[in-house]
Write a protein that binds this ligand. Structure first.
Ligand code: GTP
Ligand code: MG
Length: 347
């Protein structure tokens, strides 16, 4: 198995209201990254994420699901959260292991309760927030209606990064405002095309420039002098803004036609926090005091999900926070106060 350092790992929860396209987006990312050789579809019951028989029957996620992909030498762990409130426990598990939330809603929607709850969950854990407006394919999918509805709720931190260029009521291309490049998608493959002349794009670009300039004095100076910011400077400002919780980037895409999915993966690699530069995990010591988990506690890990598999038995998913763990090494279980071997100590 390939080894990754913490800098090359992104733990991402895909969260939001039910039926907005989270599982389809996760499947699209797995397909675009080459993990699957055909695009999993919720309606066909052949997705990686909704693998349970009940999920296939109901055509929706009932628990959190985890799958990994590699993109640009970075391992991206996707945690697909169920959107239905009855299964909120699954969303809590997924948030517990993530440093960044993709809050998914669909083009044409208003601000939904699922997005509101996902924002609260991300804020309570202090993790970064990306907003994804999916289902941009099809006729008259109003990306900007959704963008404006989000802006009204979350305010000026909302920052467009990938936006659609619409012609005749349909998305013609997806424009990456960071690199100032536009892409059309033919059979799911990106083909670069000329930047369209579109007043809305210029307006969105201005919003992005102002947002990235506001997080760094040098960039602000350049911005006020009217000098254009380079792609590297925009990415630097964006990454800093995301890390500081000052910018919530927005990405347009389609989980079915795959438009913009590669651009979202790029963005996760360059601007989502890695486990090292995200806020450290907190825990409680034996005396009930809050402690920050750092290398001095190595090995330290959290169990964020346990499932009872009829064939394998009880399986626990563990996120290592410091040091290394192995199945036969003795570990101290902070919840029970007992030491035992990893393989038999959870949950
Ligand atoms: N046209 C279009 N349909 C989509 C897209 N993404 C998802 N859908 C459809 O929307 C429906 C719901 O998609 P899911 O991916 O299951 O949504 P979800 O957010 O995972 O829903 P829950 O698991 O219930 O939280 C399915 O019928 C999908 O085929 C998209 O990008 N474009
Ligand atoms: Mg789902």
């Amino acid at each position: 198995m390939k080894a990754y350092t913490a800098e090359n790992i992104r733990n991402i929860v895909v969260a939001g209201h039910t039926h907005k396209g989270k599982t389809s987006l996760a499947e699209a990312m797995l397909f675009v990254a080459g993990v699957t050789d055909r695009l999993g579809k919720v309606n066909d019951g052949n997705t990686v994420m909704d693998y349970d028989a009940e999920e296939k029957k109901r055509k929706c996620s009932l628990s959190s699901a985890l799958a990994s992909l590699e993109w640009k030498n970075t391992k991206i762990n996707l945690l697909d959260a169920p959107g239905k409130f009855d299964f909120e426990g699954g969303a809590c598990e997924a948030f517990r292991a993530a440093e960044c939330a993709l809050i998914v809603t669909s083009a044409g929607s208003g601000f939904d309760v699922g997005a509101e709850r996902a924002i609260k969950a991300a804020d309570s854990r202090g993790i970064a927030k990306f907003f994804v407006i999916t289902k941009c394919d099809g006729d008259n999918r109003d990306f900007y209606k959704t963008f404006d509805a989000l802006k009204e709720e979350v305010g000026t931190k909302l920052c467009p990064v990938v936006v659609p260029h619409i012609e005749g009521g349909r998305v013609k291309s997806y424009v990456n405002l960071c690199s100032n490049k536009a892409f059309e998608y033919k059979n799911g493959k990106a083909v670069e095309t000329a930047i369209p002349s579109d007043a809305k794009l210029n307006e969105m670009k201005d919003v992005l420039m102002e947002a990235v300039a506001s997080v760094d004095d040098d960039l602000m100076e350049k911005f006020f002098e009217g000098e254009p910011l380079t792609k590297e400077e925009i990415i630097k400002g964006l990454t800093m803004g995301v890390e500081q919780g000052e910018i919530y980037p927005v990405y347009a895409c389609s989980g079915v036609e795959l438009g913009g999915v590669d651009l979202l993966l790029d963005a996760i690699v360059y601007s989502a926090p890695n486990p090292k530069n995200a806020k450290p995990e907190k825990a409680t010591d034996e005396s009930g005091n809050e402690i920050v988990v750092d290398e001095s506690f190595a090995p330290a890990a959290i169990c964020f999900k346990t499932v009872a598999d009829p064939f394998v038995g009880k399986m626990s998913y563990v996120k290592v926070l410091a040091g290394k763990i192995s199945s036969d090494a003795p570990v101290y279980n902070a919840r029970t106060g007992e030491s035992s071997r990893m393989a038999s100590s959870l949950p």
